[in-house]
Write a protein that binds this ligand. Structure first.
Ligand code: CA
Length: 209
């Protein structure tokens, strides 16, 4: 699941975008400005940032500049949101290293297809040869193919089992509560029992043994 940070100080736009992305298979977090972005980014590097230009303190250009001049974060793809129809704004954002821009008002479907296009493009250009592989002990996960092997044997995992296994491995040094796992894998509005997590972990243990 791709993590997307949405930096926008206008509540209704930010909420709408976050809501739409979370309903489209992304994991989106809404942030008000640079300060909040910095806090989140230190915790977890997102796969993409949607960055509004008109923000209260540091504007989108200032934030873009900070990102692009940092060694660690310059690779994160950025889509700029602009309310202006001025061509110069678009050019300026792209010149500064933004991957795309979208002009307000925009449709949710358009935004999502732009995001997918940027993720495809940057994913390919960043790693032309190397495969997207995660390894942990006897387990190898091919992220592109969504194939998991344990002891060189391909495992049959459900969608949630795959997500859960990947999440557990990516966060292997962190203590994870049932609640946290439920939120991450099943979503905040999940109304089932937290026991579901136990069941999935038990199944995963058996399958990856
Ligand atoms: Ca704004």
């Amino acid at each position: 699941m791709h993590n997307i940070y949405v930096v926008e100080d206008e509540d209704n736009i930010r909420d709408l975008v976050v809501y739409a992305l979370n309903n489209s298979g992304f994991k989106a977090i809404g942030l008000l400005g640079y300060k909040e972005l910095k806090n989140e980014i230190l915790k977890k590097k997102p796969d993409l940032i949607i960055l509004d230009i008109m923000l209260e303190e540091d504007d989108g250009y200032a934030i873009l500049e900070k990102l692009k001049s940092s060694e660690e974060y310059s690779e994160i793809p950025v889509i700029m949101l602009t309310a202006k129809t001025d061509e110069m704004d678009k050019v300026r954002g792209l010149d500064m290293g933004a991957d795309d821009y979208i002009t307000k008002p925009f449709g949710v479907m358009e935004l999502i297809s732009r995001i997918k296009a940027v993720l495809r493009r940057t994913g390919v250009s960043k790693k032309p040869d190397s495969k997207n592989i995660v390894e942990f002990k006897n387990i190898v996960i091919d992220l592109d193919k969504r194939v998991v092997t344990a002891n060189n044997k391909v495992l049959k995992l459900t969608y949630k089992e795959f997500e859960l296994l990947l999440y557990l491995i990516e966060n292997k040094n962190i203590v994870l509560t049932r609640q946290k796992l439920t939120e991450e894998i099943w979503g905040f509005d999940y109304e089932g029992e937290t026991r579901t997590v136990d069941v999935h972990i038990r199944t995963l243990r058996q399958k990856t043994r």
